[in-house]
Every structure is written in C-alpha cells, then in structure tokens.
Design a protein around this ligand. Structure first.
Ligand code: 6PG
Length: 478
C-alpha cells in the first residue's frame, strides 16, 4: 500500500482530478472499469507525478494507505451506487469514500447513513470548475464527518483553487450531504447568472442595437468593474467568436434551445420543499425549458406584439449603462435567494453551514467565481446572523442606487416585447420584500371564503373564520 489517495472513474473529470493530486506530490492509485483508460492516463501523464495503475477493485483497494481515501468520479445516480456496492465490501472501518460527482444531496444522505453504519466515512463532495478546474484547482465543497475532513481536508486544500488572498477554496461545509447541497445551490445560482447575462445580451442586441462584437466589448468593460466574473469573461469570448464555416457570429449559428443536466432544476425543486422563494433561479430553469419547446414556440410565432426597434445611437450607450445596473441588481437578488436556500437547508438538516465560508470558497475555481463573492463573504463575516443579503448595508445601498435604472430596463423590455424573466422576477422579489402590505391578505380572504382555511387579524391574536355562506359574522377558529 503506497498511494495516499485513489481515484476510480477516469473520464475527463476523474482523470484531471487524479492528475491534480499527482501534480501536488501525492501518490495516486487510479482505476477505471475499462483498463484502457487507466493505461492511457499513465502513459500520457505518468511523468506529472506518481500513479499506481490498478486493474481490479481489489488491486485498487490494496494500493491505498490506511485509512484509505478513495474518490469516486462516475456519473451521478445508479452508477455511483454500483461502484459503492462493488467497493464497500473491500473496505475497512475508518476508510473514507469520497463521491466527487454532482450527486443529488438526498442520495448522499442515504449513502452516508448506510456506510456510517458499517464504520466507513462517506464524503459527498461538490466540485466546481469544469475540466480545467479539476486539473488546475477547483472549488471543492466537502460534506461528511469532521473526522473525515481531518484526514482529507489538507489534501483538498492543496489541490483546490486559491483565492486572491491565498485562502484555499475548500472548507468542511458540514455533515453528511451539506457539500452536495451547497454545490446544488451553486449550480442554481450559476443558471441564474447565465440567464441574467443572456437577458442583458438580448437587450443590448435588440434594444440598444449592438452587434455581438460590440456586446463582447461592452462585457469586457463590465468585467473590469463590479461585475468582474468568470461568466462575464467567457460570455465576451463566446460573443466575439466568429463561425469559421459561415463567417457569421458564432452566437447566430447555434440553435437557441438551452439544455440542462438537472442540478438547477433540483435547486428549485428543493427550494419549493423548503419554502424558499428562489424566483430568479426558477425563472432561469424555466427559460431553458421554454426555449426547448419548439412546438409551442412555432404555434405562438404569429401572436401579436411588438418586435424590438433599436434605439437611436445617441441613446444606446445610456441604455447599456442601465442594463448594467439591472444586471447587477438582479445578480444581488439571485445570490440573496441562493444564500437564503443554503441557510434554510442548513437549518432543516442541522448542518450549521457558515455562509461566509461558502462565499469565500466560491471566490476562485468555480463557475460562478467573481469579485462580488468577496463582498458577500465580508457581509456574512461581519454579521454571521445576517438574515438576508439585502439587509447588508452596502448591498442595500447599491441595489437602492440601481433600482431606477432596473425599473426602466424592465419597463422598456416589456414595451419592446423582449422577454426578461430573470430581471423582472428579481425586481418583483425586491418590491415584494420591501412592500408595506402585500395582497397576500386578499389571498387569505379567498382561502377562507372557499375552504374555511382561516386567517389571522392585524389587530389581535388568534385564528379566525368568517361565515361567508351565512351572516358573515366572524368566528374564532380552533
Ligand atoms: C461546475 C458546473 C458543472 C456543470 C453542470 C451544469 O460547477 O463546474 O456547474 O457542474 O457544468 O453540470 O450543467 P448543465 O447546464 O448541463 O445543467
């Protein structure tokens, strides 16, 4: 037994993670169901570090120092269970099984419990940053027991991305599935960020009348300010790209149907269960889904409505500035919603998640990495009990300063027939929260009318029901 860590499942993410461990000086046992992949890894990258190629699960387990640390990098779902079934009988008490896939956190809870009963630590780890991140330093979100983090943490800290101040982008998120839960919400926020950027692009194109190249330039400008982020940066790259075959902007030759693997959808499903209003994230998931319904879109093509007319050149630049404000304000809202969901999950499952630490490890390595996250970290660090990001003085002040432009953009989009579900949902969330009175009072009245569902009064304690079908007198409900 010579290897400090093992990786089984050597598709691109697994292979790059194994290389990352090896490049950082660890001896890495590598295993794959078909041995050709194992051989290829050692042949191509063997000089990057020390690999131990294992042909069978038995060889793989035997190659690992005890307590064993083995990382599973296979497709989430049944393939993960199959690998666990295969390896668990070969393991001993105290060993640490790490699942680095995009697992559903409920699966992680179940697996953790099953393995814990056998004395094995199961650590669900969210890994973000795509192929390049896995190799060069991802953001890593490990759950599982504190004890497992003692043995695994230092290795993860070594291979993780480092924030500008040198802090590793990993930390023990919390017990059992806390890591996969946080990764799920990361992806929900990723969907929202992408949708908001897409809306900004659409407005700049159709209302400001900018070309994709000009929008790329605009985004590059934004990327030097408060919107500085990986997603804005790559958006500029995608928009500046020209299709070689046709000479057209790349964005114009791609079919406008967005796909998804499911993590954004999970975020929304779980938010519904937890009762957390993640409307911005939900609209991002729905926007992808709408784009894919070719039949509905075809059937609706002739419906009346404006088609956007670009503004005069003199007004376009000012409009673009307003779009930047709308994008920034909406982004504050989607992070507010995502962090609310993490807080709610943490309370529901007793994970005791440190929200400032989450923001801290998202500062580098992951897809949503952004200068902005340093601000969120600071907000939670200075007030750990912060109920909402919108109650942080700085964010409140910024969103307040952006709101006039934000409203103007949503109004202009509605006038010109450009869909902005993300911007509009974020604005409604903002207005909903700051409203003095909500029409929810009327909803309660309707519920009481048709279903005797009762209501509470503003002026005294208790639960009441009005006899709507009778003399409309009020009764005290049980
Ligand atoms: C990451 C990404 C990664 C992946 C997702 C999203 O954090 O590195 O989120 O997990 O790209 O699978 O993919 P979809 O858009 O296909 O859902």
């Amino acid at each position: 037994a010579t290897a400090q860590i093992g990786v089984t499942g050597l598709a691109v993410m697994g292979r790059n993670l194994a290389r990352n461990f090896a490049r950082n000086g660890y001896t890495v046992a590598v295993h794959n169901r078909t041995t050709a992949k194992t051989d290829a890894l050692v042949e191509e990258f063997g000089d990057e570090g020390t690999f131990v190629a294992a042909r069978t699960p038995e060889e793989f387990v035997a190659a690992l120092e005890r307590p064993r640390r083995l990382v599973i990098m296979v497709k989430a779902g049944d393939p993960t269970d199959a690998v666990i079934r295969e390896f668990a009988p070969l393991l001993e008490e105290g060993d640490v099984v790490i699942d680095g896939g995009n697992a559903h956190f409920e699966d992680t809870r179940r697996r953790e419990k099953e393995l814990r009963e056998r004395g094995i630590h199961f650590v669900g780890v969210g890994i973000s940053g795509g192929e390049e991140g896995a190799l060069e330093g991802p953001s890593i979100m490990p759950g599982g027991s504190k004890e497992s983090y003692e043995s695994l943490g230092p290795m993860l800290e070594k291979i993780a991305a480092k924030a500008k101040d040198g802090t590793p982008c990993t930390t023990h998120i919390g017990p059992d599935a806390a890591g996969h839960f946080v990764k799920m919400v990361h992806n929900g926020i990723e969907y929202a960020d992408m949708q908001l950027i897409a809306e900004a692009y659409d407005l700049l194109r159709r209302v400001a009348g900018y070309s994709p190249a000009k929008i790329a330039e605009t985004f590059r400008g934004w990327n030097t300010g408060r919107l500085d982020s990986y997603l804005i940066e790559i958006t500029a790259e995608v928009l500046a790209h020209t299709d070689a075959a046709t000479g057209k902007p790349f964005v114009d030759i791609v079919q406008d149907r967005a796909e998804q693997k499911g993590t954004g959808r999970w975020t929304v499903q779980i938010a519904l269960d937890l009762g957390v209003p993640v409307s911005g994230i939900a609209e991002a998931v729905f926007a992808r889904s709408l784009s894919g319904h070719a039949d509905l879109r075809e059937a609706a093509r002739e419906l009346p409505g404006p088609s956007a007319t670009p503004l005069a050149e003199a007004e376009a630049a000012a409009f673009a500035d307003r779009v930047e404000q709308a994008l920034y304000a909406s982004k504050i809202v989607s992070y507010t919603q995502g962090f609310h969901q993490i807080r709610a999950g943490s309370e529901a499952y007793d994970w005791d998640i440190d929200l400032g630490a989450v923001a801290s490890i998202w500062r580098a390595g992951c897809i949503i990495r952004a200068a902005f996250l340093d601000r969120i970290r600071a907000a939670y660090d200075s007030r750990p009990g912060l109920v909402s990001l919108l109650s942080d003085d700085e964010f409140a002040q910024e969103i307040g300063a952006a709101q006039d432009d934000w409203r103007a953009v949503v109004a202009e989009a509605a006038r010109q027939g450009v869909p902005t579900p993300g911007f509009a949902a974020a604005l409604s969330y903002y207005d909903g929260l700051r409203a003095d009175r909500l029409p929810a009072a009327l909803t309660q009245g309707q519920r009481d009318y048709f279903g005797a569902h009762t209501y509470r009064r503003t002026d005294r304690e208790g639960t009441f029901h009005t006899l709507w079908g009778g003399d409309r007198s009020e009764t005290v409900a049980e």
